[in-house]
Write a new protein. Structure first.
Length: 134
């Protein structure tokens, strides 16, 4: 069983048992947003508490909680708008989408090597290695 198979199996079980599910699912969903059910909330809170005990107990530290969604100026100032890229490709048979750098990494290329490639070079490398949908 591959890592992706295990992930999908656990995710599906969690959805069926009401731990979490994609937010706004009845309206088509929005990638990256999830809603927690009663068991999901308990699990999330336990993980947060373990994290706090492990990383914050016994040291003079404080916790900060800031927004996850930010205005565009933050991404412009950080360079993400100009430099961030995440080239994707979609399998014509199953419709799943994959990041090109992940496909290359899974085929043995280091992350450092993949990051140096242009979009065209990534596509050429995928074709040269005959990488197919996992």
């Amino acid at each position: 069983m591959t890592h992706k198979d295990k992930y999908e199996l656990v995710s599906e079980l969690a959805r069926r048992r009401g731990f979490f599910w994609p937010s706004f699912e009845i309206y088509g969903g929005v990638g990256g947003y999830i809603s927690y059910g009663p068991l999901g909330i308990l699990l999330k809170e336990r993980i947060i508490e373990k994290f706090r005990r492990f990383y914050l107990s016994g040291i003079n530290a404080i916790e900060v909680d800031s927004p996850i969604i930010m205005p565009g100026k933050v991404f412009e100032a950080s360079g993400h708008v100009e430099h961030f890229r995440e080239p994707m490709m979609e399998c014509s048979k199953c419709g799943r989408k994959f990041r090109l750098d992940h496909l290359l990494r899974d085929a043995g290329m280091s992350d450092t090597e993949a990051e140096k490639l242009s979009l065209q070079e990534m596509v050429e490398e995928i074709e040269r290695r005959d990488i197919r949908c996992p």
